[in-house]
Ligand binder design. Sequence first.
Ligand code: ACO
Length: 319
Amino acid sequence: MTFSRITGTGGHLPEKVLTNRDLESIVETSDQWIVERTGIRQRHIAAEDESTSDLALHACRRALEMAGRSAADVDLIIVATSTPDMVFPSSACLLQAKLGVTRGAAFDVQAVCSGFTYALATADLFIRSGAHRCALVVGAEVFSRILDWKDRGTCVLFGDGAGAVLLEASDKQGIIASELHADGRHAAILNTPGTVNRGSVLGDPTLKMDGTAVFRLAVRVLEESARSILAANKLTLGDLDAYIAHQANVRIISHVGKKLGLDNAKCIVTVDQHANTSAASIPLALDVAVRDGRVKPGHLVLLQGVGGGFTWGSVLLRY
Ligand code: ACO
C-alpha cells in the first residue's frame, strides 16, 4: 500500500522585521495592545521586488535539502496562496521554473489561511493514487500587499513568509487522514473584495475583517474538527505529540488548546515572531518545531487551518 510521508520541511521569512513599536509610528496602536490581544510581537515584510514565488523558492530549497532530494526528483508542486505573483500563470508554475523543474504538475490552491491543509490533503491523495511520487507542498504569502495600512484593526495582525514540505510516496504511513470544510455563507466576515477587471481594480483591494465573528467561528470549528478527525481514526487528544493550528492569534490557539484539554507544551506557537502569514503559517510553524526537536520522527501531529471562505481543515499525520 502506498502512503505519503513528509521527508523534509523548510521555511523562509523576508529579511525586514516590523516590530509592534515600529507600527506605533504608522497607526494609533501600542505594543501592549497588540501583545495583549494577539500575542504578536513582530512580523516580517517582503521587499518591493520579492514575490510569493521568491519566498516559496527559499522554503522549498530548505525542504529539499532536509530530505536529501533535488528539484529534479519533484513531480508535483502545489502552492497555497491568496497573494499570487500574477493572476496567471499560477505561483506554482513560476516557482517550478525558478526551481528548474520541467516535468510533473504545478498548480495553486486558494483557501486563504486554510490553504496549506487543503494543499497537503490534495497532494496526499495525488500520491496515494499512484499518479505522483514526490511533491513540494507550499504555503506562501505576501499579505503586506493587501493590507490597509491605515486600518489598525487589521494591519497589525499579518506578516509575509513561506513554508514548504516535501511529501513523498512511502510504504510507511505518514499522512493518516485529512478533512476539509467550507461554508461560503460566512464570506462577509473576512474578505478582500476588490478584483482586477479591464486593467483597473474594481472594489476595495484590501483585507476586511469582523474580528469578533472570526474569533468565535474559528474556535468553534477548530475544536469540532480536531475532535472529529481524532475520533474517526480511533485516536485521542492524549495521543497527540504536537498540535499546530493556523497561527492567527495566540488567544485563538490557547482558547482551542484549553477547550481540547491540550498540554501547552504540545501547542506550537510562532505567531509571536511571524504574525499571521495566512497559508504559510502552518508549514512555517511545523518547520520551526521540526528543527528545534519538538516534532520528531514517529510523532503524531495534528495540523489545523482556518480562514476566509469560511474554510477550515485538519490533517493528522505521523511525522
Ligand atoms: N491598536 C489599538 N487599539 C485597537 C487596535 C490596535 N491595533 N485595533 C482595534 N483597536 C481598538 C478598537 O478600535 C476598539 O476601540 P473602541 O473600544 O474605542 O471602539 C478596541 O480596540 C477593541 O476592539 P475590538 O475589535 O473589540 O478588540 P478585540 O478584543 O475583539 O480584539 C482582535 C480584536 C484582536 C482582532 C480580535 O477580535 C481577534 O483576535 N479576532 C480574531 C481575528 C483574527 O485573528 N484574524 C486573523 C485573520 S483570520 C484568520 O486567520 C483565521
